[in-house]
Design a protein around this ligand. Structure first.
Ligand code: NAI
Length: 241
């Protein structure tokens, strides 16, 4: 594990699931972690858990699709610390339907949270990273980026995240900022539990079906993804972008 003492990290969608695990791990490595989420109740639970583990953290209730909220929150962090070393763009939603049933709202909401949110957070976070000639941006894509039944909106957004990530890597590399995306497979979180509910199978049945296609023959945990994020957030990943 790298030492992230003195570093400032922002993790979006950090109230639970993968985002919470990432925030916790970066905090355990010494970073001061800002947890961004729209869900105040789960954010408060997250804060209690991190405080119990003596992890230095602050929670921010925010809708990451609203430019004024993102600009203000990231500016405030920059003004307070003079920097912002790590951004993990993890917030996400699903609005799954086969194409013929997918509404324009289902399409737009998924694009807003995954793509507009990633754009806004990176745009305002990079200002401080460029100033300080250091940064780590990590975006959450998905194996669904390559196509996934019932997820035309989500698959498109997650493919978009990959193009966005590579473009930022090209633009920001000269400022000592690396940009990487993680594309997880099936991870046990509320998001995958909601998929089981929607398609009318038990979570265990869904999990077993997914495990059949996973080389290591088990479902992923949020901590598995936090391990990857932790590498991309560390100084040791400086040539990986
Ligand atoms: P989750 O549903 O447990 O957590 C997502 C978090 O994002 C929630 O706390 C939610 O409140 C927050 N959020 C949603 N909209 C927001 C907004 N407008 N502003 C601020 N926060 C907002 O999901 P999970 O499973 O932890 O997923 C995290 C990321 O990983 C997502 O980007 C997801 O697409 C991606 N992913 C998840 C996989 C899985 O199997 N669970 C697989 C591949 C990718």
């Amino acid at each position: 594990m790298s030492d992230l003492s003195g570093q400032i990290a922002i993790v979006t969608g950090a109230a639970k699931g993968i985002g919470f695990a990432i925030a916790k791990q970066l905090g355990q490595q010494g970073a001061h972690v800002y947890l961004f989420d729209i869900d105040t109740l789960n954010l408060e639970n997250a804060k209690t858990l991190l405080d119990e583990g003596q992890i230095s953290n602050e929670i921010v209730t925010i809708n990451i699709t609203k430019e004024s909220e993102v600009q203000q929150a990231i500016h405030q962090i920059g003004q307070t610390h003079g920097k912002n070393d790590i951004l993990v763009y993890n917030a996400g939603i699903i609005r799954d339907h086969l194409l013929f049933k997918m509404s324009t709202d289902d399409w737009n909401n998924v694009m807003e949270v995954h793509l507009k949110g990633a754009f806004l957070c990176s745009k305002y976070a990079q200002e401080w990273m460029v100033k300080n000639k250091y940064g780590r941006i990590i975006n959450l894509s998905s194996v669904s980026a390559l196509g996934s039944r019932g997820q035309a909106n989500y698959a498109t957004a997650k493919a978009g995240i990959q193009g966005f990530t590579k473009t930022l890597a090209i633009e920001l590399g000269k400022f000592n900022i690396t940009v990487n995306a993680i594309a997880p497979g099936f991870i046990v979180t509320d998001m995958t539990k909601s998929v089981a509910e929607r398609i009318g199978v038990s979570f265990d049945e869904l999990k077993q079906a997914k495990i059949n296609d996973i080389p290591v023959k088990r479902a992923g945990t949020p901590e598995d993804i936090a391990n990857a994020a932790s590498f991309f957030a560390s100084p040791a990943s400086s040539f990986v972008s």
